[in-house]
Write a protein that binds this ligand. Sequence first.
Ligand SMILES: [Zn+2]
Ligand SMILES: [Zn+2]
Length: 334
Amino acid sequence: MRAMILEKAGQLLRQAELPKPEPGPGRILIRVRACAVCRTDLHVVDGELTQPKLPLVPGHEIVGTVAEKGAGAERFEIGDRVGIPWLGWTCGECSYCLWGRENLCDQARFTGYTIDGGYADYTVADQRFCFPIPDFYHDAAAAPLLCAGLIGYRSLVKAGDGKRLGIYGFGAAAHIVAQVARYQNREIYAFTRPGDDEAAKFAVELGAVWAGGSNELPPTKLDAAIIFAPVGELVPQALRAVGKGGIVVCGGIHMSDIPRFPYEILWEERSICSVANLTRRDGEEFLTLAPRVPVRTDVHTFPLEEANEALDRLRSGKIQGAAVLVTKATKPSD
Ligand SMILES: [Zn+2]
Ligand SMILES: [Zn+2]
């Protein structure tokens, strides 16, 4: 099978021919149809996340069909369409797992990071961590739901029920969260890179009531803000944008250092929290909700072999919505 592999952080992915993996007990072999490209993949490839297995097949927003089943893997039938997210395995025994917080499991394994992922024709996954994909979505459109959607949804839940919601960084996760938040009758205030008129326009198209630069303050105090951009400077900026009791949710796995800030911008019960990984319950809730909204994903497809190009476009902020690798050779849709 074809695979794009990372051999060393900081290097380009290399196209390789690998043997098709065998599904062990409780695991399924999946013919990958589409795999979205996540900012986390960039953090892995660039070496900001420091513990990948190497060599590694990245990719953790995978949509494909079941091609083979390992011993005892009876949850899906051959040909069923499934999605594979970032959370690939948990121990089921630690206090986090037992208390419904498997996203924090001490021994968790992650798709496309500590286990091989979906930048390939085939991949293997533990059947317990796969999700059925709603029929509403075609393969490429469903792929970004599996991380941008899930992590975005978890971030939105953490942000509470407040009506006025700020979103910093208007990429793949934001474009999904904005649709859910609008469905919930919230107002979206979109913060984009100063001068990035395209991103601001995209946010307004998705229903933002206000769009401005991330260095600006909104016209009114917000109830909550979610930061998807990996930029620590945005934390004090967002604290200044939220009102009393406001919450700032950091939705990314990696962020540059947060600069010092005066206590008065945290005072009055403002809070800051992060979102780590996902639980299977997040996935079930979100994938039930998404077709009801309905969440529509804006995807730009690349053939598998152009994974480096897709990562590069994401790194330079040149992709609106989500980049998705597809395993059939097609031309980029944009
Ligand atoms: Zn555990
Ligand atoms: Zn991701």
